[in-house]
Design a protein around this ligand. Structure first.
Ligand code: ITT
Ligand code: NA
Length: 184
């Protein structure tokens, strides 16, 4: 089976590929720009994008909308994560967190799969914002996110290690289990 992943982010594609490879599912990247609405939840953003694409594309596809939610910043950047990554960047987040003792944060990922109808799969991982950048793997905010129970940041983990515990890995797991049950 082949699955189209609609995203501009090669890091997400790498993670989905590594996840699905052993299951005999080939993931390929399709770069199609779709509107990302301003909404309160990742679910709304993902659902709007998927329905918009469904009117324009043939066949099944999936997309992923993710965010980093920092407790001390009341959940910021959250649904604004992509914009904040492009503007403030990782260094800007570290700056905002200077002198902040409560470093708790979580990532969430919402996968929207379209196949004649919409299916949503979600994943979440708890952790904290480090005091400095560490590691060169991964992408986005990975160098400053340390998952709870681990010494390494996501950027110090291989894709396989990150997938085992990450928000996206968990959403991919729910997605893969659904596919296994429903595509017999
Ligand atoms: P799409 O084309 O798939 O939308 P994107 O990078 O714009 O790619 P999002 O809209 O989901 O992705 O924005 C989420 C932001 O959070 C983006 O800047 C990512 O770099 C970052 N992000 C998402 N998942 C991440 C992860 O697993 N590790 C680190 N940063 C992540
Ligand atoms: Na995006």
């Amino acid at each position: 089976m082949r699955l189209a992943f609609i995203t501009s982010n090669p890091g997400k594609v790498e993670e989905a590929r590594k996840y699905f490879e052993p299951l005999g599912v080939e993931v390929y990247q399709l770069k199609v720009d779709y509107p990302e609405i301003q909404a309160d939840t990742l679910e709304e953003v993902a659902e709007y994008g998927a329905r918009w694409l469904a009117e324009r594309l043939d066949g099944p596809f999936f997309l992923d909308d993710s965010g980093l939610f920092i407790d001390a910043l009341n959940g910021f950047p959250g649904v604004y994560s992509a914009y904040v990554y492009r503007t403030l960047g990782v260094d800007g987040i570290l700056k905002l967190m200077e002198g902040v003792e409560d470093r708790r944060a979580h990532f969430r990922s919402v996968i929207a799969y379209w196949d004649n109808e919409l299916y949503l799969f979600t994943g979440r991982v708890e952790g904290e914002i480090t005091r400095e950048k560490r590691g060169t793997m991964g992408f986005g905010f990975d160098p400053i996110f340390k998952p709870t129970g681990f010494e390494e940041t996501f950027a110090e983990m291989t894709t396989e290690e990150k997938n085992r515990i990450s928000h996206r890995g968990r959403a991919l797991k729910a997605f893969a289990e659904w596919l296994k049950e429903n595509l017999k």
